[in-house]
Design a protein around this ligand. Sequence first.
Ligand code: FAD
Ligand code: EPU
Length: 289
Amino acid sequence: MAPVEHLREQAPGARVHTVRLSDLTTLKVGGPAEVWEVEDAAGLAAATEEPYRVIGGGSNLLVSDDGVDERVVRLGRAYNDVRSYSGERDVWLGAATPLPGLVRRAQRAGMSGLEGLLGVPAVLGGAVAMNAGTRFGEMSDTLHEVELFVDGGLERVPAHSLDLSYRHATLPVGAIVTRARLRLTPSDPETVAATMAAVDAARAGQPKVKSAGCAFKNPHGDSAGRLIDAAGLKGMRRGDAMVALEHGNFILNLGSATATDVLELVSAVQVELSMVGADLELEWRLWGF
Ligand code: FAD
Ligand code: EPU
């Protein structure tokens, strides 16, 4: 990230940069925004004085080529506890903790509950906000309590108050997940590794090219990828955005796709699928359109 502006003295606990959000998203599209990287509650308070959005790992976002007008709040290193996790069964972790490292550490410690999230390139806050998961398990399996920054202060709420379901959490308006309390189950490294191998095998057909994961939620009892495939849409393109050949629910950025290309392709897929009676709901969050 190329910092163009530092306002440290005006905003204790926060560093402010103007960056292209393509640098902070896995799909690698998106225009500029003022990003507030915060390290404590004072930083959060300063950052949220004006309209804002929150970014995690940027792995479920399609951001407009024009960027966003709101500030983008990003939790900094103080909220990344991946190195301090050493196998506790009941643990508070910062919301900037990367899931891939956490999943690996839990496996090594023989703790079960997170292995179904193998391959999800999120940070903990984004995984809570989306209730990320696979058919082997989701965030709600281990989430016990969350700390939220809301209305200018921190509060703790039980996980059940977030109404967690398939790719869904209900957070209070404007809430930023700052920490999450997870409850894991003691197992052994080999058993956890065996589940991870099964998750890995289930993901083997997913493309490795730049994407934001599955674009659409699965309709009840079916797979959006299967439906897109059956409709013959793999390989469909708008500019450098393409429906993956490996898996119909992945839209790829082949190199220089714009957000407009990607959104046009999303719409074209939805139109084609509606003609065969399937209404596909976006899983991605759209910013700035
Ligand atoms: P972001 O994409 O940054 O944000 C997503 C949403 O969460 C936004 O609305 C954002 O405002 C909100 N948010 C982020 N952080 C916070 C916070 N601290 N407080 C409040 N709100 C917040 N998802 C799955 O569920 N299962 C999969 O198997 C899966 N596989 C994927 C594979 C690939 C290759 C990719 C690129 C993505 C995949 N995804 C998958 C999608 C994505 O990883 C998940 O949706 C994930 O939960 C997004 O987390 P993030 O930290 O990247 O959040
Ligand atoms: N299928 C096809 N053609 C395709 C894609 C899939 O026929 O192009 C068929 C498969 O053969 C299989 C069925 O559809 O019979 C389901 O496919 P898959 O096992 O790949 O699962 P999915 O439902 O497409 C879901 C999640 C993924 C998650 C995997 C693994 C959603 C929208 N997708 O995919 O999550 O990684 O299961 O558990 O729920 C994400 O949410 O971003 C994501 C990647």
